[in-house]
Design a binder for this molecule. Structure first.
Ligand code: PRX
Length: 572
């Protein structure tokens, strides 16, 4: 189906400008948006908050926050003072210094943002953790990164196995009346008394910023480290892809536990001085539409699963809300179905703009610009200054319309700096001739639009969240009844994929529905709800290679009724 003409958007960029930008764009020039391009001394927290607080935006609202019990707003000047207070608490009570890893493990609240930015003001590397993580997931991340401190809430305390983490010196608890014992520190008590001024630590471009743990198809989650200079990309993409302008009210629905929630929930929008809406609590179609209406959101960044869930809630519901403030809608995380774009045009009167990137790339890579002609189903074109290609397994570029590895040429500012404590893993992302390999397969059409085809590895994308099958399998086999487990992503109309586990039971266990539920709960409690298999199937035996590796591709073929392919390495 052909889409109608683009609603006129008076953006800075149209197709011609895009082509021009691609040919002349230079990251070094883009750096000149920042005063540090001369001094080389920078700090993300200064550029996102203090710079505006010291200038014309001081009384502009930086943050609107709402959840079931709170409804608050903070100007850039207030944000500066409150993040200074947080920095003072972390420094004076926790002795936090430049380069220390400080984790943030709590539901979205203003304090999450104050403390995250406060930690950055000290020069610490922040590690945001999604509040749904359970003990095993928390332990793996704190252990691997040798975190010195964590900021959390009383409800989540029991998931932090402090006795098993010798490097973890301080637990800042954000709650009322916290008992202090040398390890636990009452964050709010000290926050109330802390000074509103703080002298920011000036950093270099390759000093650490944020550590996001993400999953691959093998091994435990790996710590993707981003550094200060990533801000050049966050800023430029917030301008050109999110199209943020002075009077915008912007809402990114992602949690800071995921990269979208930091790069585009904190850094990008505040680097441009935009007003951000942050909402706590669970997803509900009513609450989401209400948020759009109440704040007059103009730019909205969300994910396909959320759009599909809204679509599932029906067109009558959306008509009850005044969403006329919307100007620009974007999506990331999974393939955006053309059907969802068509629905978006009908109910929001806007095209949903797909953007493609990854935790490792730190910022948007391939996108639909506000004024680029959208081809529904395509991720768009590379951002200026980003060189992308489709390459074969040897790194040779393939011609148009041939499917292959989606690869990128290193050299954009928000590229990960390393994998924490694992340089070898970092190196493994690159082909001998230098291409960074994304793990996605795609093709490029004659006009340079990229079309996503799937993951090449076994990584599962469920509701936009990246889950490594190995991590789930490891958790499954910890259950006393499980002898072997193989985990795959099974296509699902709403969630993109759901997690399905095939399990061979140990002798003496009976394959019952109760046992399935018990195993599900085991993963949910040990890792997190989103990693728990929605479907479990018991099998007598699982397909394995002779070296004992579970053949997930065979499980997937069985599940989807596809040919199983080469079985020569399979054991008898
Ligand atoms: O498979 C691609 C998918 O999400 C992967 C990256 O996941 P993560 O690091 O968790 O980051 C998600 C948010 C930045 C990619 O390798 N993906 C991301 N965006 C898209 C996508 N798949 C299809 N279309 C997209 N727009």
């Amino acid at each position: 189906m052909k889409l109608e003409a683009l609603p006129s958007i008076k953006g800075k960029y149209n197709m011609e400008d895009y082509n021009e930008a691609v040919s002349s764009f230079d990251w070094k020039e883009a750096e000149k948006n920042f005063s540090w391009h001369e001094t080389g001394k920078m700090n993300m927290a200064y550029e996102t908050i203090d710079r505006h607080a010291e200038g014309d935006r001081k009384n502009k609202v930086a943050l609107y926050y709402k959840d079931g019990s709170r409804n608050e707003k903070y100007t850039f000047r207030e944000m500066k003072e409150l993040t200074n207070k947080a920095a003072n608490v972390l420094k004076s009570q926790g002795d936090i210094e430049k380069g220390d890893r400080v984790f943030i493990f709590m539901p979205r609240s203003p304090e999450l943002y104050f403390s995250l930015l406060g930690a950055l003001k000290i020069g610490a590397i922040v590690g945001p953790l999604f509040e749904a993580f359970m003990e095993g997931a928390v332990r793996d991340r704190l252990e691997d990164s040798e975190a010195k401190a964590i900021i959390t809430t009383p409800e989540l305390l029991e998931r932090i196995p402090v006795n098993e983490l010798p490097q973890l010196e301080h637990i800042f608890v954000v709650g009322d009346k916290v008992e202090e014992d040398g390890v636990h520190i009452d964050f709010m008590k000290h926050f109330a008394n802390a000074s509103r001024s703080f002298s920011i630590e000036w950093l270099e471009r390759d000093d650490g910023l944020v550590l996001h743990y993400t999953s691959g198809s093998t091994g435990k989650p790996k710590g993707v480290l981003h550094v200060q200079e990533a801000m050049v990309q966050h800023y430029q993409t917030a301008k050109w892809v999110l199209d943020l302008r002075e009077d915008d009210v912007y809402w990114c629905t992602a949690d800071p536990g995921w990269v979208t929630g930091t790069s585009y929930g904190i850094f990008g929008p505040w680097l441009t001085g935009a007003t951000s809406v942050i909402v706590g609590g669970r997803f509900s179609p009513e609450a989401w539409y209400q948020t759009l209406e109440e704040y007059g959101v103009t730019v909205w960044y969300s994910a396909p699963t959320a759009f599909r869930m809204l679509m599932g809630a029906g067109d009558e519901l959306v008509k009850k809300y005044d969403l006329s403030s919307l100007r620009h809608v974007l999506s990331v995380g999974e393939p955006l179905n053309p059907e969802v774009i068509r629905w978006g045009m009908k109910v929001f009167h806007h095209r949903i703009h797909d953007t493609w990137w990854m935790t490792e790339t730190g910022g948007q890579m391939i996108c639909n610009y506000p004024t680029l002609e959208i081809r529904p189903g395509s991720m768009g074109k590379p951002f200026p200054g980003v060189e992308a290609a489709i390459v074969d397994d040897q790194g040779n570029e393939l011609p148009a319309n041939r499917m292959g590895n989606l690869a990128l040429k290193k050299g954009w500012p928000s590229m990960m700096n390393t994998i924490w404590n694992n340089e070898q893993k970092y190196e493994s992302y690159f082909m001998p001739n230098g291409w960074y390999v994304s793990g996605d397969s795609a093709y490029k059409d004659e006009d340079g639009y990229y079309w996503f085809q799937g993951r090449i590895d076994d990584v599962i994308m469920t509701s936009g969240e990246r889950v490594g099958p190995f991590e789930v399998e490891s958790k499954l086999v910890e259950h006393p009844s499980v002898a072997e487990a193989g985990v795959i992503g099974k296509p699902d109309p709403v969630r993109g994929e759901i997690i399905k586990a095939f399990i061979a039971l140990r002798e003496g266990y009976e394959a019952t529905d109760e046992l399935k539920e018990e195993i599900r709960q085991h993963v949910k409690k040990g890792l997190s709800a989103h990693a728990a298999p929605r479907e479990i199937e018991f099998k007598d035996k699982l397909p394995k290679t002779r070296s004992g590796k579970i053949m997930r591709r065979v499980l997937k073929a069985w599940e989807l009724d596809l040919p199983t392919g080469d079985l020569s390495t399979m054991e008898e």
